[in-house]
Design a protein around this ligand. Sequence first.
Ligand SMILES: Cc1cc2nc3c(=O)[nH]c(=O)nc-3n(C[C@H](O)[C@H](O)[C@H](O)COP(=O)(O)OP(=O)(O)OC[C@H]3O[C@@H](n4cnc5c(N)ncnc54)[C@H](O)[C@@H]3O)c2cc1C
Length: 160
Amino acid sequence: MLETDYLVIGSGLAGLYFALRASEHGRVLVATKRAPDDANTTWAQGGVAGVLDPADRMEAHIEDTLRVGDGICHPDTVEACVREAPAHILRLANELGVAFDRDAEGHFELGREGGHTARRIVHAKDSTGWAIQEALLARVSERGDRIKLLPNHPPRPEYR
Ligand SMILES: Cc1cc2nc3c(=O)[nH]c(=O)nc-3n(C[C@H](O)[C@H](O)[C@H](O)COP(=O)(O)OP(=O)(O)OC[C@H]3O[C@@H](n4cnc5c(N)ncnc54)[C@H](O)[C@@H]3O)c2cc1C
C-alpha cells in the first residue's frame, strides 16, 4: 500500500510545479498515465506570456487577452493569471532552472505573438515546453526523498 500527503495526477507543468511546492510541506506521489515526459507541456513551442518589460502594463495584457478571447474568457480569471504570471515565470527561470532565452546582458528575449500588443513572450528557442518539462523533471528527481513519481499508471479501463 502507498501512503502520501499529496496525490498529484499527471506529470505536466501543472502537476510537477504543484508537486515541487507541496514537497515543502509533505510527501508527494505523482501518478501519471504514461512516461513522465508524456504531456502536452512537452510539445508547447511558442512560449509563456507575462508582463516582464518595464514599458509593458498589466492592464494592456489583460485587455489583449480579453479582446482575443472574444467574450469567452472570465475577466477575473484573466486578471489573476496576468497579475501572477511574472512571479511564476521568474520562479521557473531563477529557482527551477528553466533555460529561457536571454540577451547578452541577461535580460529575457521577449517575443511578440498573436494578439499581444507588446513583447511579453519568454521562450526557449521553439521548444519552450520541453525546456520547462526537462527542468521540472530534474528538480523533481532531486527531491526523490519527498516526491515519488509513478509512470505508466493509466486510469482503470472503465474510466478510460
Ligand atoms: C503543440 C502544442 C503547442 C503549444 N504551445 C503553447 C505555447 O506556445 N504557449 C502556451 O502557453 N501553451 C502552449 N500549449 C498549451 C500548453 O502546452 C498546455 O496548456 C500546458 O502544457 C498544460 O499543462 P498541464 O500540466 O495542465 O497539462 P499536460 O502538460 O497535458 O499534463 C497532463 C498530465 O496528466 C497526465 N494525465 C492525463 N490524464 C490522466 C489520467 N486519467 N491518469 C493519469 N495521468 C493522466 C498526462 O499524461 C500528463 O502527464 C501548446 C500545446 C500543444 C499541444
